[in-house]
Design a protein around this ligand. Structure first.
Ligand SMILES: NC(=O)c1ccc[n+]([C@@H]2O[C@H](COP(=O)([O-])OP(=O)(O)OC[C@H]3O[C@@H](n4cnc5c(N)ncnc54)[C@H](O)[C@@H]3O)[C@@H](O)[C@H]2O)c1
Length: 263
C-alpha cells in the first residue's frame, strides 16, 4: 500500500474555527502524515479553541497566530512571526470565507457595494494576499490548496455574492498557479459539497442544500469531512506533482449531473 509521508514538511493552515471546520479536516490529515503545522485564526477568542484542538499533536504545532485576513498589518505580522522563528513553509491551506448576512438573505440583485467588497476581499483576495507572502518563505515544490464551492460555476439560490467570490477564488488559483509554476509550487482548489460547519449553517436553506445534493449526486450521498481532508492531503503530497490550477470536486458526483429524476 502507498502511504503519504509528509515528515519534515511545514504547513500553514488558515481558517480553523473549531473541530467541524473543513480546515481542521485537512490539518488533521497533514498532521497524521507527519508534517508540522502553523495555524492562523481570526480573533483572540479562537486561540483557546485551537490550543485545545491541537494539544494532542505536541511539538508538531509550531505556532498559533491571530490574523484577520482583511487587515494587511495582521498578514504582515503573521509572516514576520513565521520568519522570526526561521521557519520555511511547504504548504498553505486556505479555508476562509465570509459574506455579510444580508447578501444571502436578500436577492443577489440587491447586493450592496460593501457586501460585494467584503465577500470578495475576505473570501478571494485573501488567497492572493496569503500566497504572495507565503511564497517568499516557501520551499520550491510546495503546494497551496483553497476550498471553493460549486456555486462559482452554476447558480445556487441564496449563495449569491459568495458564488461570485468563489469564481474569483478559482480564477485567482489559476493565475497563482502560473506565477508559481516554475518553482514547482502548485495551487489548486478543492470543491466540497455542503458540509455542516459554522460558516455553512448561516446560509439560508442549508439543510435543504444537503438533502438535495445527496439525492441528486451520482453516488447518492454527501462527501464526508474525511473525504475532503484526504483530497487536500493528496494535493499537498507529491502524488499530485503535475496537477495545478485545478478545481477538484469532492461532492459524491453532484457537479457532473445535468438532470435528475425522482426515484
Ligand atoms: N461547509 C461547506 O458546506 C462548504 C462547502 C464548500 C466549501 N466550503 C468552504 O470551506 C472553507 C471553510 O469553511 P467551513 O465551512 O469550514 O466553515 P468555518 O466557519 O469552520 O470556517 C470559516 C473560517 O473562515 C474564517 N474567517 C472568516 N473571516 C475571516 C477573516 N476576516 N480573517 C481570517 N479568517 C476569517 C473563520 O474564522 C473560520 O475559521 C470556506 O472557504 C468555505 O466557503 C465550505
Amino acid at each position: 500500500m502507498v502511504s503519504i509521508d509528509l515528515t519534515g514538511k511545514v504547513a500553514l493552515i488558515a481558517g480553523v474555527q473549531n473541530s467541524y471546520s473543513l480546515g481542521w479536516a485537512a490539518a488533521k490529515k497533514v498532521l497524521e502524515a507527519g508534517a508540522s503545522c502553523i495555524f492562523s485564526y481570526q480573533g483572540e477568542r479562537n486561540q483557546p479553541v485551537l490550543e485545545k484542538l491541537t494539544a494532542e499533536y505536541g511539538a508538531q504545532i509550531l505556532l498559533l497566530e491571530q490574523c484577520d485576513v482583511s487587515v494587511d498589518a495582521d498578514l504582515d505580522r503573521l509572516f514576520a512571526a513565521i520568519d522570526a522563528k526561521g521557519i520555511q513553509l511547504d504548504y498553505l491551506m486556505h479555508a476562509i470565507a465570509f459574506t455579510p448576512r444580508e447578501t444571502q438573505e436578500n436577492p443577489f440583485l440587491e447586493t450592496s457595494r460593501d457586501g460585494w467588497r467584503i465577500a470578495l476581499d475576505i473570501s478571494a483576495y485573501s488567497l492572493v494576499a496569503l500566497s504572495g507572502r507565503a511564497a517568499k518563505l516557501m520551499n520550491d515544490n510546495g503546494s497551496i490548496v483553497a476550498l471553493t464551492y460549486f456555486a462559482s460555476e452554476k447558480v445556487v439560490p441564496k449563495y449569491n455574492v459568495m458564488g461570485v467570490a468563489k469564481a474569483a477564488l478559482e480564477a485567482s488559483a489559476r493565475y497563482l498557479a502560473y506565477d508559481l509554476g516554475t518553482r514547482g509550487i502548485r495551487v489548486n482548489c478543492v470543491s466540497p459539497g455542503p458540509m455542516r460547519t459554522v460558516a455553512a449553517k448561516s446560509i439560508p436553506g442549508f439543510s435543504q442544500m444537503m438533502d438535495k445534493t445527496a439525492s441528486v449526486a451520482a453516488m447518492k450521498k454527501n462527501a464526508s469531512f474525511d473525504d475532503v481532508g484526504n483530497m487536500c492531503l493528496f494535493l499537498f503530497s507529491p502524488m499530485s506533482n503535475a496537477t495545478t490550477g485545478e478545481t477538484i470536486y469532492v461532492d459524491g458526483g453532484y457537479s457532473v449531473m445535468g438532470m435528475s429524476f425522482e426515484s
